[in-house]
Ligand binder design. Sequence first.
Ligand code: GLN
Length: 544
Amino acid sequence: MAHKKFVFVTGGVVSSLGKGIAAASLGTLLESRGYKVTLIKVDPYINVDPGTMSPFQHGEVFVTNDGTETDLDLGHYERFVRFQASSKNNFTAGKVYEQVIKNERKGKYLGGTVQVIPHITDEIKRRIKEGAKDSDIAIVEIGGTVGDIESQPFIEAIRQMTLELPTNATAIAHLTLVPFIKVSGELKTKPTQHSVKELRSLGLQPDCLICRLEEEIPREEKKKIALFCSVDPKNVISMHDVKTVYSIPLLLHEQGVDSILLDKLGLSKKRRPQLGDWQKVVKAKLNPKSQVTISVVGKYVDLHDSYKSLNEALDHAGIINNAAVNINFVDASKITKKSINALLKDSDGILVPGGFGERGIEGMIMACNFAREKSIPYFGICLGMQIAIIEYSRNVLKLKGANSTEFDLETKHPVIAMVTEWKDASGKKEKRSQDSDLGGTMRLGGQECKLNKKSLSYKLYKKDSIVERHRHRYEVNPNYHDAFSDQGLSVVGTSIDEKLVEMIEINSHPWFIACQFHPEFTSNPRDGHPLFNDFIKKSIKLKR
Ligand code: GLN
């Protein structure tokens, strides 16, 4: 291809319209036309990365294979498009400013005055182009809403790109809200007109408008928006509420969005879109043959976005098994001897997800014990594996005072302990990334893990070497490995140097698997994930 192509996705009126899903769906469509797609999210906030942002405020931190802690939209991207994001696919205003200030300190600007234009905008353009490498088309989602103070340098950078590159190298899709006023029974197009006006005042003319509203947008309103916003009526797209987000690529395709973008970008439309696997996903999602209830026992349960990838992975496993997965979120800190039965009695499976800090730990340990003793399928992820180790140590090995150094520094038997160094897949010793705020070092990103060929996990993955993503500081204390195996809890997966525990199973239990990594980050609706797929399959089968 002569030029790299860019599709910029901006948002207007209000936030939380589903810009990430819209961008991801455009990616799905362009990929289905045979193009190599990459997606980039730029966040106008000042935090240097989302790694230290509270899950309560910001939702999940999505971890990429190269160990970058990113915005949760990157999760949508990887679920909708077959590509693997890296540190280049997400950057914030903080990161841009950090780089420019570093350059300034090094004297790179030769004593010139450092300014938003051109220095900040140049750095934004550099990062966008860097992220777009190795793809035919890069979809660039600009976080925030057009008109925000924070997003101005980003919009300006895009404006410069549309000018510097050939006309057919860039396209702009603007997502906007078309509210319905119930009392007068009217759809209001004015907010859209205003947000497009704002965009145009910053020098950008949208090629297509993706309108968010409850019901499909009627023709008259489409025409009106087109007229006032100076776009072709066929380029006004209705992205109305649908039963599953996975049908959005199909909804956009029916309205010709892929053709609109390819026309603007001067790309061939010869290859018909291959959307059969998405049709299958939607059909399975909308026509479940059975129901299953999974209790997720964690601490961030009030904000479901904190477990975004996890919720999606459970949903994908439901799609693969033709079942509707109902998630029963249980606040671990509410679990007591008295309340546990009421809180967990309807669980067909119990899952303890990742988490940090002390709150809710005892409740999670009780939930794990409940699952183990009542033979309910148990899936422990990251913290959930550490919980399983503590539970087993206390209740089967009878180690009094078994705990994790994270929760109790005075612990007598630290079965979960902090290690400050680990070896990477090549056997090279590497320091973990520093995280001074929390006083520890973090093991992050895709790491190779060896599976025991006799294990269920090996049977599910169908291979003895896997790469899964990590985000944790604590490890199972190696001094206890043998003691666990002697008592029926087998270590079935380890790091390749065999020092770190990656996966455990209890053979005598119908389904008890826990892993130190986060399998939810690599699940997608088309394939699911081997561990989630089998967890749901077994939970359906053993339904009481
Ligand atoms: N808090 C635990 C650790 O740091 C678990 C982390 C997690 O579940 N992501 O090891």
